[in-house]
Design a binder for this molecule. Structure first.
Ligand SMILES: Nc1nc2c(c(=O)[nH]1)N[C@H]1C(S)=C(S)[C@@H](COP(=O)(O)OP(=O)(O)OC[C@H]3O[C@@H](n4cnc5c(=O)[nH]c(N)nc54)[C@H](O)[C@@H]3O)O[C@H]1N2
Ligand SMILES: Nc1nc2c(c(=O)[nH]1)N[C@H]1C(S)=C(S)[C@@H](COP(=O)(O)OP(=O)(O)OC[C@H]3O[C@@H](n4cnc5c(=O)[nH]c(N)nc54)[C@H](O)[C@@H]3O)O[C@H]1N2
Ligand code: SF4
Ligand SMILES: [Mo]
Length: 696
């Protein structure tokens, strides 16, 4: 029996798993013992990676839509040529930016780097990713506050913290292994605190739950900051030596009085003061945030308000502390540094001449080939298609017909396309309905590459099962199109994922995410490597749990962290008489993954999952509206759409709020086209709606 250690390609924890293979079949999946992230544990999604039987079928060829609407299977070479020719034709007719791509945080670093190189560098088109729906807010917050998109923590901090504060994060469902680390915390008297409008599964397991009003986090955080200042609960030395603009911040938060905070958040003054004392009394306070913060109309400032609290109390860079953004997808961190959507490979500015010269040198291309400006954002791409300006779209490893906010706008967009390539492991996904070309590719267990997890740890995905005839990986599909486009020498050094890894490694040299000390072979069967891991400093960095900022130095020119702040804004989409309720959305269960293309194939997940769209409603609200358990209601959204949901009655959602799991397409039929002003991440979590009971 052969054993292959690889990385789970669902969530950002990046558990390592040992796959035992006999006669080309996986006979056993064992979470890798001793691996510093998951040490012999994993959740059911990782354990069921061998259960995606449909994707294990051999003989997969691309399909091209014919004039009569049917599909014709063609060879891969024909598929590549068709896509390349169409791209060139569209660009010639409508201009360079009339073609766009949408990628993902779920491919390997090498795959989206190559996609960026072909689409952004060579073709000069726009490519955004589903990471825009997820981590864009944290990226902008980190860059402005720390000078680089660099979350500083290591997972061990969860075990060392005495005050663990989750804000808009539900790890019991979304990051079970991270929650497992919290359970291993042995600090006597440690406290778990949850700030979430909903009494989430994590709130149920916490010592303190603060059920604030939706999207009132910024107000709460500024109120807390003001109280900490008034009571002089500050780390003056840290503020003085390692931060900038604190005096301005101090002036700014003066108007955030306790009265104002209590009124706007719905929490009592006592609750807010209790939180202030909890933060003050903690010796090692850590703040953790996820989508409840990232997805909102003032999300970047909210994330930075969390960072401000950590800075002013000196809770950063030390064991068990930090303002810690929890990443969602398995390679969101990789895509942030290496996808070429928002940054250069390894980070840096498009306009920085030294950086441009260096990347051109590593890639062996002329500087003029490198992208010159940030990409159009996801919403601009969809709007561009709807406006008739973008005529070609290539999406890979994401299912926007389901996951995009106000998702009917995606359906109308794709009907207008002349070329719509969908590259996925399933041709049954909703997004493929209107595609003109389908590229079937192999799943993670049949390919190789590199992943970076939420604590900056690189690990290896290695091929577990052999491929059948015609089965190819995302890397090969992108490379195939690149060659058919005639990229020639511009693809030198990109022939295999391993070669690409070496290019990316070289691009990372002397950047904060330097991984020049990591080798392709060294990653295999390893414990992973947290960046930075520069060559020549391996001994210095041999500790398996490393955090950033322990020397108080950040990545800004002054090496000081910045207090960034801005007045709380009026909610641009408030509830009204017509739409009096709020529609909150998020993860529904540990077994279900996003749009469910993968997890619905796993029988023991599907057996226990609800089959149709449902939502949770507060008991009093249900009684007032004559609604019983599993009654159907039609929900009307402020975006003009409506959809039917079954109702589950609970007191874990507040009066006034509905909570819908995202795993059903109806959910994003109702979410609005509203974004954070800086990150352009959708505000998925607070849509004004009304509802009526469906007639039986
Ligand atoms: N099983 C499973 N696990 C997953 C995923 C999955 O699909 N299934 N997806 C992965 C991905 S990509 C991601 S990004 C993560 C997401 O991980 P999380 O962000 O933890 O999950 P969500 O359920 O989206 O949202 C978390 C919480 O935010 C709360 N919230 C809503 N509005 C507000 C608000 O205004 N303020 C505050 N403070 N909280 C609010 C919601 O009530 C919810 O409990 O999960 C990852 N893990
Ligand atoms: N209302 C609401 N909407 C949300 C959210 C929310 O909280 N609320 N969360 C948002 C967030 S955080 C995220 S990350 C997005 C996720 O949204 P999506 O990225 O659209 O969701 P997935 O279901 O993960 O889609 C991944 C696709 O990749 C395919 N796939 C899997 N492996 C491979 C592979 O190796 N190669 C290729 N080519 N394809 C593969 C799968 O079959 C699937 O179709 O949803 C967002 N949408
Ligand atoms: S916790 Fe995340 S990485 Fe670990 S097995 Fe589950 S889905 Fe995979
Ligand atoms: Mo995500």
């Amino acid at each position: 029996m052969k054993k292959v250690q690889s990385t789970c390609n669902y969530c950002a924890i990046d558990c390592n798993l040992d796959f035992y293979v006999e006669n080309d079949r996986i006979v056993k999946v064992v979470p890798t013992p001793g691996y510093p992230v998951n040490n012999g544990f994993s959740c059911i999604k990782g354990l069921s990676l061998d259960k995606q039987q449909k994707t294990v079928k051999p003989n997969s060829l691309p399909k091209i839509r014919q004039e009569d609407g049917s599909f014709k299977e063609v060879s891969w070479d024909e598929g590549f040529k068709h896509v390349a020719d169409k791209i060139k034709e569209i660009q010639a007719k409508y201009g360079q930016e009339s073609v766009a791509g949408i990628s993902t945080g779920q491919l390997t670093m090498e795959e989206f780097a190559l996609f960026g190189h072909v689409m952004r560098n060579y073709l000069k088109t726009n490519v955004d990713g589903n990471t825009r729906l997820c981590m864009a807010t944290a990226v902008v917050a980190h860059k402005q506050s720390y000078g680089f998109d660099a979350p500083g923590y290591t997972l061990e901090d969860l075990e060392l913290s005495d005050t663990i504060i989750f804000i808009g994060a539900n790890p019991v469902v979304a990051h079970p292994i991270l929650w497992g680390r919290v359970r291993q915390n042995k600090v006597p008297g440690h406290k778990i605190i949850v700030i979430d409008p909903r009494k989430s599964e994590t709130a149920m397991n916490a010592d303190h739950w603060y059920g604030l009003k939706w999207k009132s986090d910024l107000l709460l955080l500024y109120t807390i900051a003001n109280q900490l200042i008034e009571k002089d609960y500050l780390d003056h030395k840290f503020i003085e030596e390692h931060t900038e603009k604190f005096e301005d911040f101090k002036e700014f938060v003066k108007s955030y009085t306790l009265e104002r905070g209590a009124e706007g958040t719905g929490l009592s003054k006592e609750q807010i003061l209790e939180l202030v004392e909890l933060i003050h009394n903690g010796k090692r306070v850590s703040f953790w945030w996820t989508m409840g913060v990232n997805q909102g109309y003032e999300a970047v400032r909210t994330a930075q308000a969390i960072i401000n609290l950590a800075l002013m109390t000196g809770n950063i860079g030390k064991p068990g502390t930090g303002a810690n953004s929890i990443t969602g997808q398995c390679n969101a961190m990789g895509s942030r540094a290496y996808s070429n959507t928002a940054v250069f490979f390894g980070g840096g500015d498009f306009t920085n001449p030294a950086r441009r010269a260096r990347i051109a040198e590593v890639l062996g291309v002329d500087e003029s080939m490198l992208a010159e400006k940030p990409t159009k954002t996801y919403n601009q791409i969809i709007e561009g298609i709807n406006a008739g300006e973008i005529k070609g779209l290539w999406i890979l490893c994401t299912n926007p017909r389901h996951s995009w906010t106000n998702n009917e706008t995606f359906a109308t967009a794709t009907k207008k396309l002349e070329l719509f390539v969908v590259q996925d492991i399933y041709d049954t996904i909703e997004s493929a309905e209107d595609c003109t070309v389908f590229f079937p590719v192999v799943p993670g267990i049949k390919k190789e590459g590199t992943y970076i997890n939420l604590e900056r740890r690189m690990s290896a995905m290695r091929q577990v099962l052999p491929r059948g005839e015609n089965e190819i990986s995302d890397y090969e599909a992108i490379l195939g199109v690149g060659k058919a486009l005639g990229m020639g020498d511009a693809l030198k050094g990109w022939e295999t994922p391993e070669e690409c890894f070496k290019l990316m490694r070289e691009c990372s040299r002397n950047m904060p995410c330097d991984f020049t000390g990591v080798t392709w072979e060294g990653l295999e069967n390893s414990h992973g490597f947290q960046w930075p891991y520069p060559a020549g400093k391996e001994e210095e960095n041999k500790d398996e749990q490393r955090r950033l900022y322990s020397d108080g130095k950040f990545f800004t020119p002054s090496k000081k962290a910045q207090f960034v702040f801005e007045e709380v804004r009026e909610n641009p989409l408030p509830t009204t008489e017509e739409f009096p309720w709020v529609f909150n959305t998020g993860r529904g269960s540990v077994g279900q993954w996003h749009t469910q293309s993968r997890t619905k194939e796993v029988k023991f997940v599907e057996d226990v999952s609800v089959k149709k769209a449902y939502l949770y409603m507060n008991t009093k609200m249900a009684e007032e509206n004559g609604i019983k358990e599993m009654d159907q209601i039609r929900v009307y959204s402020v975006n003009g759409q409506d959809a039917v949901f079954a109702v589950k009655i609970t007191d874990n959602v507040q009066y006034g709020e509905l909570y819908a799991p995202i795993h059903y397409i109806e959910c994003n039929k109702l979410t609005p086209s509203l974004y954070d002003s800086y990150s352009k991440e959708p505000s998925y979590k607070a849509t004004p709606v009304r509802f009526e009971k469906c007639e039986e």
